[in-house]
Design a protein around this ligand. Structure first.
Ligand code: SF4
Length: 80
């Protein structure tokens, strides 16, 4: 999650990544650790929907890499 993106606190309050630091979601070349955390996150779908609707093109959101989101965006309409 980007530190510069305003995140809806309605779902972020339940995020598994709270207090986990941003590095594994943005700076790690291997996204495995972040994706493992996302896999068990109770707000994975709202997180992914938010990133898709905002066109966020960096970091791991909802367990997907930017490239995975680009491919998904090409075939799906996402609402905020
Ligand atoms: S899905 Fe991943 S990035 Fe999104 S809130 Fe949950 S742990 Fe954080």
């Amino acid at each position: 999650m980007s530190q510069s993106v305003a995140v809806d606190p309605g779902w972020y309050e339940q995020a598994a990544c709270q207090n986990q630091g941003w590095q594994k979601f943005f700076d790690e070349p291997d996204p495995t650790a972040a994706q493992r955390l996302c896999a068990g996150c109770p707000v994975r779908i709202p997180c992914l929907r938010f990133a898709m609707s905002q066109g966020i093109d960096n970091g791991i959101w909802g367990g997907l890499t930017p490239e995975q989101r680009r491919r998904t965006r090409a075939s799906t309409t996402w609402a905020a």
